[in-house]
Ligand binder design. Sequence first.
Ligand code: SF4
Length: 494
Amino acid sequence: MQVGFNAHKNVDNYSTERKNEIRSLEVSSEELGLTGKLDSIIKTDAGLEIIEYKATPIRKSPEITEAMRIQLALQQKCLEDSGYNVSKTSIFFTSHHRHVEVKLTKKDYAAAINAVRQTKKLISASSSPEPLEDDPRCDHCSHEGVCLPEERKLQPVAKRILVNDPDSKVVYLTTPGSYARVKQGQMIVVKDRKTLAKIPLETIQALELHGNINISGGLIRELLWRGLTILWCTGSGKLTGWAVSSYGPNGQTRTEQHIASYEGRLAFAREFIACKIANQATQLRRGGIDKKIINQLRTIQAHANVAERWQDVLGCEGDAAALYFKYWILLLKEPQRSCWKWHGRSGRPAKDALNAMFNYTYTLLLGDIVRAIIACGLDPHAGFLHSSGRNKPALALDLMEEFRAPIADSAVQTVVNNGEIKSSEFQYILDSVRMQNSARKTLIAAYERRIMTEIHHPIFGYSVTWRRAIEIQARQILGVLEGSQSRYKGIRIR
Ligand code: SF4
């Protein structure tokens, strides 16, 4: 996406228009029921010349494809429907700096009309089309990372899925009183007239603001225009809200999600919790905890697998959590273990420093889950286990269950065992605990290290980062809801 974005940077900016040139023009054809945007039009004495910008990778030759011919034919049709004469159509390959004229034929116009007809049929269908099977076209398709044609079979996948924009990062702003704005394609963060950071916008995957941080309207607009999510959290790590672009995919499936959430889907609820308990058991086993405890957790997991009501699933979750957190403290090494108070999991407000860290990493994880769900076009609030009536992002909390132990709990365990955070970085006020900014920054860094760790995917067999694994799980939920996948299968670490 970023490559295409950069290639269009100039044509989307009216201020760089030259004489006789119109850029980024919206056009339509009433007859075809079509609207679109033209990159550039040159006014000549013979008529209008359409120029479409394309960002073909430099290693590929700048070839005119059938899709480009169809696009140009439809653009020409829109202009002609509005009474203009089109004298020339061409493609400008931005990476190669090559301009190629395209002479359209009757066959191209017929293919364009047919493409519109087929697209309308697809859009009005109630579910997405089945993915292609063992088709070489998938190897070159830019949608493969979201379509996941192989993963839907829930079997090992031979090849690794490449992530779009692998160098981009989630940016966290945590310095109280700082202000972020946009200037010349960069996000500039300042405090007391001192510049704290300059980050190119194309390297940002999402923005998270923790505590008292202000951002400019211009920056919000720019990030939303790029389709990036902005999340706001309190300084103590509570997700207060998010902003997303108004254009999102899968509107029809979102409606089906709401119906399914209202009716209930026990299979989802069982799998989320059975998987969560399985991962808690594995986490304790890896830390050398007594086998008897692990077996008890496995028994509760088996009950969750066959529970007949969602209330029973929640009951299993509670029983497992009580057992897991009772023994979790043994995962901490001495002498660190003796330095930290632990009375079990207390939720909010945190009763001790370890609980404060759990709360904080769960919020970081929730932010990632919310973004993954939104990217699929689903609603983070319509869930299958957590109640949608409690004004919490129920689906995000559902999906989060299987990732709590291996990502968030593991990050807390690491910072304590490595001595990266000291108990002196917490302040006890009446019955609750506050984390200092230094501890917060260390915890965010540890969480990022963990979520960007590559794992061997237990279902598909390839290497992925935890962050990408979350996205794939969100797409599995989408696949089940739209009917293109048979069931949801959680990630169980080994
Ligand atoms: S990856 Fe999906 S969208 Fe792309 S060609 Fe294959 S089935 Fe079609």
